[in-house]
Design a protein around this ligand. Structure first.
Ligand SMILES: [Zn+2]
Ligand SMILES: [Zn+2]
Length: 395
């Protein structure tokens, strides 16, 4: 493991920032305190700071040594961290626990923000690269699409970059290990809403009705064939019906039913096919029961797809830091979703998982007792520094 003394020396300070951020969690698009904190730190390191992209987003600009001497290359890269917390109440009792009921950094975005600030401080103190680094701090990763909001506000036009890079801490994977996917890393998360319309009536005279409850149970069953019979078994898909609403009494066949749920896919082409199959099965099955189905599939975050060349570079950089045996390149994608996907749709890049170990009580992300593992702060900062030096080498 190669962590420089310079990084070890600034870790106590980075840890303090992490704890301050942890104590002040803010929900998506409300990251006022957090974005002030980030902007002030970046300014204090001497970076040019732009605010307001996607509401509370912050971009810090750092130019390399040769640019400061009037020359230098035009290559630019973006490093991204997320700043938002989750709507849940923390159950930890340490000194820096959340000051707010119903808000908690349970996904480690406090750690991501602190590590990226650490890398900015370190790189600004040396400028030992050639080109430009954009430090991107985005709002609202947890379902709010803050990454997309920054793109729509002109992130890549105002700050043109050749590649963009992301990192998420990964509990359950050993400290000192990383996972780099060559291709899909996180799933697309889509939502569906279906209304099945029948013809209601007296439950004792079903012959005079078209029963939407019966049709709905048949549809829910029929939807199971999407995963079991219509996909390549090696291509992961989830179709989950999670809520069904129908009826108003024991002796009334209702006029209609509603059901909702989620579709997860890890391949963009599969995603399109599954949406089509979903609609066809709902409509055709409803028809077989004398009913009709109104179906909407609402797209959420797309599949997070790493650029293969960029992932090769991430593997090279992480192997040099962590040792080749600690870099996992064949892990299955997660069925969770990530809005860095939108950035990777526009600009090539790679999003890696940084092993966070078992955690204090073996907590996974989004658990009320989760806490970012401070032991991995130096590893994340080292990755950012080495990535910059590798992507923007001095000539
Ligand atoms: Zn999360
Ligand atoms: Zn997260």
């Amino acid at each position: 493991m190669k962590v420089s003394n310079e990084i070890i020396n600034i870790i106590p300070e980075i840890k303090t920032w992490r704890h301050e951020l942890h104590a002040h969690p803010e929900l998506g698009y409300e990251e006022k305190w957090t974005s002030d904190f980030v902007a002030k730190k970046l300014q204090s390191f001497g970076l040019e700071v732009h605010r307001g992209l996607g509401g509370t987003g912050v971009v810090g600009i750092l130019k390399g040594l040769e640019a400061n001497l009037g020359g230098g290359g035009n290559k630019a890269i973006g490093l991204r961290a997320d700043m938002d917390a989750l709507p849940m109440t923390e159950e930890n009792n340490f000194s820096y626990k959340s000051k707010f009921e119903g808000r908690m950094h349970a996904c480690g975005h406090d750690g991501h923000t602190a590590m990226l600030l650490g890398a900015a401080k370190l790189l600004a103190s040396k400028n030992n690269f050639d080109g430009t680094v954009y430090f991107i701090f985005q709002p609202a990763e947890e379902g709010g699409g803050g990454g997309l909001a920054m793109i729509e506000d002109g992130l890549f036009e105002q700050f043109p970059m050749d590649s963009v890079w992301g990192m998420h801490n990964w509990p359950g994977m050993d400290e000192g290990n990383v996972a780099v996917h060559k291709g899909s890393v996180m799933a697309a998360a889509d939502r569906f809403e279906v209304t099945v319309k029948g013809n209601g009536g007296h439950a004792a005279m079903p012959q005079a009705t078209n029963d939407p409850v019966l049709a709905t149970t048949a549809i829910v069953q029929a939807l199971q064939q999407i995963v079991s019979r219509k996909q390549n078994p090696l291509d992961a898909v989830v179709v989950s019906v999670t809520q069904i609403n129908a009826g108003s009494g024991f002796n009334i066949i209702p006029q209609f039913t509603d059901f909702i749920g989620t579709i997860r896919t890890v391949n963009s082409a599969t995603r399109i096919n599954v949406h089509k199959q979903f609609k066809e099965i709902c409509k055709a099955t409803a028809l077989a029961y004398g009913c009709t189905a109104e179906v909407s599939v609402i797209k959420g975050y797309p599949v997070t797809v790493n650029n293969i060349e960029c992932s090769e570079k991430a593997i090279e950089v992480t192997s040099s830091i962590f040792g080749p045996g600690s870099v996992k390149t064949n892990m299955a994608p997660s069925m969770g979703a990530e809005d860095f996907a939108y950035m990777l749709e526009k600009i090539p890049g790679s999003y890696i998982w940084l092993g966070a170990g078992e955690g204090k009580s073996g907590c996974m992300l989004h658990n009320t007792k989760y806490d970012f593992n401070d032991n991995i702060l130096p590893l994340g900062v080292t990755y950012w520094e080495q990535l910059v030096k590798s992507e923007l080498p001095l000539r």
